[in-house]
Design a binder for this molecule. Structure first.
Ligand SMILES: [Zn+2]
Length: 383
């Protein structure tokens, strides 16, 4: 079935951003929204975090520590406001319930528009990957009792782990059913970096900027993951470094034994070139090579995308040239919802292989389109 998506951007009423009948939101209902002030407060705190994260990308030295600590404090405040908002939404839910089934996002961090994919039975039959967007409460029309269809709900939001609810048995033929989806913190993906290419402080700044860019992309694109640099090791003085400066995946055993390797984490080696390429991911491992002298700000995120099970997107219709997984691309700035789904659920994604994520897995190759696997090109803009 075709995706149903209506963009009602800018409507800020208890997060009822999209429903089959968005026209019922009058200015009066906006003014009366009892939770609006809290939503506004969270949005303004988030804007400040984004500003600081932008600064962080160009920061160096002690500045990084200061900025990180300010971001942390702001995030704690956002979390507190979020709890207040959750209570507010719960207290006032009866005001919005009634004529449509409803999906409530509880414990959601942030006031961004979550993207929600819904499979369920409609009066026209089983429907697949209907798309809804909303902040906290989504009206989804009348989803009928299962009767041979396999209902499922997948939720993507900027600062939350992707949630997949399947199977589920809440839908009846009534139009007053409600599904509560409990959101959780993003999946943390530990990254250890080995810097072979010098000068170290310069490449270290590059690593920090690459990690910040990766998190900006995975964050804003609602991938639900956060790359956490555990250590950035200075291997420039290692006597074996020079002979490994232009390595490919054929050299991974040498890199592991002569430079270093931490199991159960992504290991990224910043070398001179990755056999004249900007970067490489070594399949079946958690190893990434970055050619520090030729890579761009998205090379690390791109290789991590491979580690998350994604392939190149050049051959796939409907995906822009600026997708993160465009090979050799420049200004790569987007990740589709179909890719975010695979990053999380594919059993070969490093977050499942390394046990960073423990929820249900499945196998959705890039070209799969089925009840279980949304199209890779399925996307929702703006996020
Ligand atoms: Zn690639």
């Amino acid at each position: 079935m075709k995706s149903v998506y209506r963009n009602v951007l800018g409507v800020l009423s208890l997060g009822i951003i999209l429903s089959f009948s968005p026209g019922n939101l009058s200015p009066t209902s906006l003014a009366q929204d009892p939770c609006q002030k809290i939503i506004d407060a969270i949005a303004s705190l988030e804007e400040r975090v984004l500003g600081l994260e932008d600064e962080l990308r160009d920061a160096s030295g002690v500045e990084i520590t200061v900025l990180r600590s300010r971001i942390k404090t702001l995030k704690q405040r956002i979390k507190k406001e979020q709890e207040v908002l959750d209570r507010c939404i719960k207290d006032h839910s009866p005001m919005v319930a009634g004529s449509e089934d409803e999906i409530r996002l509880l414990n959601k961090i942030g006031s961004d528009q979550a993207t929600v994919l819904v499979d369920g039975r409609r009066d026209t039959g089983c429907s697949n990957d209907e798309v809804f967007s909303g902040r906290f409460t989504l009206l989804v029309g009348n989803i009928l009792s299962n009767q041979g269809c396999i209902p499922e709900v997948a939720v993507f939001a900027q600062n939350n782990a992707m949630q997949i609810v399947s199977p589920l048995n809440v839908w009846t033929n009534q139009n007053t059913d409600r599904l509560d989806v409990r959101m959780a913190d993003r999946v943390r993906v530990p990254l250890v970096v080995w810097v072979l290419q010098g000068p170290f402080t310069m490449v270290q700044d590059q690593v920090n900027a690459d990690v910040a860019r990766a998190n900006q992309l995975f964050g804003t694109m609602q991938a639900g993951v956060q790359v956490v640099p555990v250590t950035i090791n200075n291997a420039t003085a290692n006597p074996n470094a020079e002979s490994l400066l232009n390595s490919g995946c054929i050299s991974i055993d040498s890199l592991k034994t002569k430079i270093g390797f931490t199991p159960k984490q992504i290991n990224a080696y910043y070398i001179e070139t990755a056999l004249f390429q900007r970067g490489g991911f070594c399949p079946g491992t958690s190893i990434i090579l970055i050619g520090a002298t030729v890579s761009d700000n998205e090379s690390l995120a791109h290789e991590i995308g491979h580690a998350f099970s994604l392939g190149h997107t050049a051959e796939i219709p409907g995906i822009p040239q600026t997708n993160l997984m465009a090979s050799g691309g420049i200004n790569r700035d987007s990740i589709t919802t179909g890719q975010c789904f695979r990053i999380n659920v594919n059993s070969t994604s490093v977050i499942n292989v390394n046990g960073n994520r423990t929820a249900t897995t499945r196998d959705c190759p890039d070209d799969a389109i089925s009840n279980l696997c949304p199209s890779l090109a399925l996307d929702v803009q703006p996020k």
